[in-house]
Structure formats: structure tokens, C-alpha cells
Write a protein that binds this ligand. Structure first.
Ligand code: FES
Length: 180
């Protein structure tokens, strides 16, 4: 015992800084925080990366129809078939969307699903509003949120025009994890 006691008070070699109990606890805490951050961070990074790769793998350009099927100044319902359909999808693979032809080559294509809980919204040309029958969500003609529980405007698809045909970039339905 006496020998151990002596070792505790032995002077440290020159150049070696003294290590206090507080310093050891601090370093231990720091290490545990780094481990905890890694454990939380790795799955989040994985989720984000998988979403990016998944989105790329599940999207395609799909023809919606000739441009003249969508008169300027009007919003019309259109449907496209999900190119990634599985045999058991049935009619669920037929995805409706709202096409707004603003003017010339300017369009907006909205997902039909309300940004609140996904009910199909309807277009009312008389009032120039999209309305959701489930909880009263309302959107302006440009898809932005007007009132009700939806936390944001309608989801918008990318589109392009090829040889007089309107094409939508569709496939996987957009959702709340996306900023579009
Ligand atoms: S689902 Fe549209 S307002 Fe709730």
C-alpha cells in the first residue's frame, strides 16, 4: 500500500503535462459525443444519399400529350402511366396530374395529391382555386397554398416540350421530403 501511495506522487518526467481528473473526464465526454454524433449522423447521411440515388433511378420523361390539348390560360387534368409499374399495381400505376398552360411554352404541372395528407385536389375554374375535399385545404392557380392545413403549395413536376408534345418527369410521386 505504502509503495502505491509513493507512485501517486512521483514527479512526472520533464515535458509531460500533468493530467487532471477533470481533464480525463472532459476528454472522455468529448469522445462519447463524437461517437454519438457518428451514430446519429451516419444513418442520416445514408438516408439523404439513398433518397438522391433512388430519385434518379425512379424518374423518367413521360409524354402527356400534344401541347394543343392544353389550351393557354386553362388548367386540365391529365394522366400518365408510371413507367416503373409492377405487375400488381393495376390502375394505381395511372397517375393523374393537373396541367396548367400559362402561355407559350410556360406550363405548370401539379401532383394531384394535397400536400397535407394526400387527398386528390380538384380544380375549380370559376374561382381559380384548387380545393381539397378532405380537410378544406385551398391552393391558388399557381399551386401556392391559399389556406387550410397544407404546410406548403402543391408539388410540381418538371416538364419539357419535345416535338410539340408535353412531357412530364414522373415516376415516383413527390412527397414532403422533397423541396419541389
Ligand atoms: S388532405 Fe388536403 S387538407 Fe388534408
Amino acid at each position: 500500500m505504502a509503495e502505491e501511495h509513493e507512485h501517486e506522487h512521483e514527479p512526472l518526467p520533464e515535458g509531460v503535462p500533468p493530467v487532471s481528473r477533470r481533464g480525463i473526464l472532459f476528454n472522455l465526454g468529448l469522445g462519447m459525443n463524437v461517437i454519438a454524433a457518428s451514430l446519429i449522423g451516419i444513418p442520416i447521411i445514408g438516408y439523404v444519399l439513398s433518397a438522391v440515388f433512388k430519385e434518379k433511378a425512379q424518374q423518367a420523361w413521360i409524354p402527356l400529350g400534344r401541347i394543343d390539348q392544353f389550351p393557354e390560360g386553362q388548367t386540365r387534368l391529365a394522366t400518365y402511366t408510371n413507367p416503373f409499374r409492377r405487375p400488381w399495381d393495376g390502375f394505381v400505376a395511372d397517375i393523374p396530374c393537373w396541367v396548367r398552360h400559362i402561355e407559350n411554352d410556360n406550363f405548370q404541372i401539379f401532383a394531384i395529391n394535397c400536400a397535407h395528407l394526400g387527398c386528390p385536389v380538384r380544380w375549380f375554374p370559376q374561382s381559380g382555386l384548387f380545393m381539397c375535399p378532405c380537410h378544406g385545404g385551398v391552393y391558388y392557380e399557381d399551386g401556392s397554398r391559399a389556406s387550410g392545413p397544407p404546410p406548403r403549395g402543391l408539388y410540381e413536376y418538371e416538364y419539357r416540350i419535345r416535338n410539340g408534345h408535353l412531357e412530364v418527369r414522373g415516376g415516383e410521386t413527390p412527397n414532403l421530403s422533397e423541396s419541389v
